[in-house]
Design a protein around this ligand. Structure first.
Ligand SMILES: [Zn+2]
Length: 422
């Protein structure tokens, strides 16, 4: 199962925009870029919306069939663990094994010393192709990093083997994700994690580390872009080193769980990929859902009425809706307009306030993040919301495609001054 050099994970909360999403990948192909689409949906999203993994599979299969897409595509069981993997086994062929909660779990002392003995070559001054500085790793660094991560890697091994025993080796893509944690992994930690993953026999194809900086949902990166650029480059170099050193799959690449719209780091990512001739998987969150709301608002009529109702209810239920996303959103309540004020807006004002265009004076990141987590309100509207998506399909689909292609694919994968955002 080859994911390809470039792959792009799109969420589609309501399962209606597969065609519009795939159209962006078709536009990329026309421009000479092969990007593998991956439809990802986490257990959290399924439970909030009331969908099943089989729904995503059905959507993906129907979409590629109707578009005549003859390239690979995948359905990602995003952020799964032992407790919920079973419900994804039939529908998915990409498994993001989330073991962040197992970082720092106690492992037996014997395991740590055995690991340290096996990987004694890491101790001393370590140089890695493509990284200017060299790293000094002491015996105690090796032991303490191993003791922090071996439990998480062992858990990834358990989930991997469970999936493998059900689906068969080589019939799915394996990702190991450690991004939903507070502390970023250093490049040396990444290297030691990869050594442990190889020991565990996991044929990992993508790994999602926690990068430094904040990756809030649906808004731009918050942090030191230069530091991120350096860290990302070092991680890419570490992966290439680990592939050679530990015999990991040759197509191993980083997975960036972007939370969507990290425009200010797309340039550094693209330059690092070019420098190392490396691939990447970029996972975006639910901005397709936000494009649906933008499309409905721009269309006016009942579409705008629905968009305003979703906002009013999201505002009234802010604590409940933000709860599951508390660590990945940053809303300034003082910046949120009242429902009464929003009710006086026309469609263009609503859309411009929501749309992620930092050059636009109306753009409001708090408004955007609240609507980002407000999809539960639309889910509860049921057929009324879904029917509106049907009624205004043309407007909505145009926004979905343009968002993916112009704001994400071009700046991430197409080099040159024509990239709109850098
Ligand atoms: Zn993630």
């Amino acid at each position: 199962m080859q994911l390809g050099k470039y792959s792009f994970g799109v969420g589609d909360r309501f399962g209606r925009q597969g065609n519009a999403q795939l159209k962006a990948m078709l536009q990329a192909r026309t421009a000479g870029l092969d990007i593998t689409p991956v439809w990802n949906k986490s257990h959290r999203e399924h439970s909030i919306i009331g969908t099943q993994p089989a729904d995503v599979r059905r959507e993906a299969d129907a979409t590629v069939a109707s578009a005549g897409w003859d390239q690979p595509y995948f359905v990602d069981a995003d952020h799964i663990g032992m407790g919920n993997v079973d419900q994804f086994l039939d529908a998915s062929d990409f498994f993001a094994l989330d073991v962040a909660d197992f970082i720092g779990r106690r492992v037996e002392a014997g395991q740590i010393s055995a690991f340290a003995a096996k990987h004694r070559a890491l101790v001393g001054m370590l140089t890695i192709d493509g990284i200017d500085e060299s790293f000094e790793v002491s015996e105690s660094d090796l032991q303490s990093i191993a003791s922090k991560y071996l439990g998480a890697v062992a858990q990834a091994g358990r989930i991997y083997r469970h999936v493998e025993s059900n689906k068969g080796a080589g019939s799915f893509v394996t990702e190991v994700s450690m991004d939903e944690t507070d502390t970023p992994q250093t490049p040396i930690e990444m290297l030691i994690i990869l050594a442990a993953i190889a020991d565990e026999g996991i044929p990992v194809q993508t790994i999602a580390p926690k990068f430094s900086g904040r990756f809030n949902k649906g808004v731009d990166y918050v942090g030191d872009v230069q530091a991120f650029a350096r860290e990302f480059e070092q991680d890419v170099a570490v992966l290439a080193f680990a592939v050679k050193e530990y015999g990991l799959p040759a197509d191993l690449k980083l997975s960036v769980h972007s939370g969507s719209d990290k425009f200010s780091i797309y340039g550094p990512i693209r330059r690092a990929l070019t420098k190392f001739d490396a691939g990447v998987h970029v996972k975006t969150a639910g901005t397709t859902w936000l494009e649906e709301v933008i499309g409905l608002a721009s269309a006016g009529g009942e579409g705008l009425v629905i968009a305003k109702e979703v906002y009013a209810q999201a505002l009234a239920r802010m604590d409940e809706l933000c709860g599951p996303y508390a660590t990945v959103i940053d809303i300034d309540p003082g910046a949120l307009p009242s429902a009464d004020e929003v009710n006086t807006w026309d469609g263009e004002t609503f859309a411009s306030t929501l749309r992620h265009d930092q050059a636009c004076a109306l753009y409001n990141p708090s408004f955007r993040q609240l609507l980002h987590v407000g999809y539960k309100v639309a889910a509860e509207m049921g057929p009324r919301f879904l029917d509106a998506l049907g009624t205004y399909e043309d407007t909505v689909a145009g926004h979905v495609t343009a968002n993916i292609y112009d704001r994400h694919v071009r700046p991430l994968f197409q080099e040159g001054p024509e990239s709109p955002i850098d």
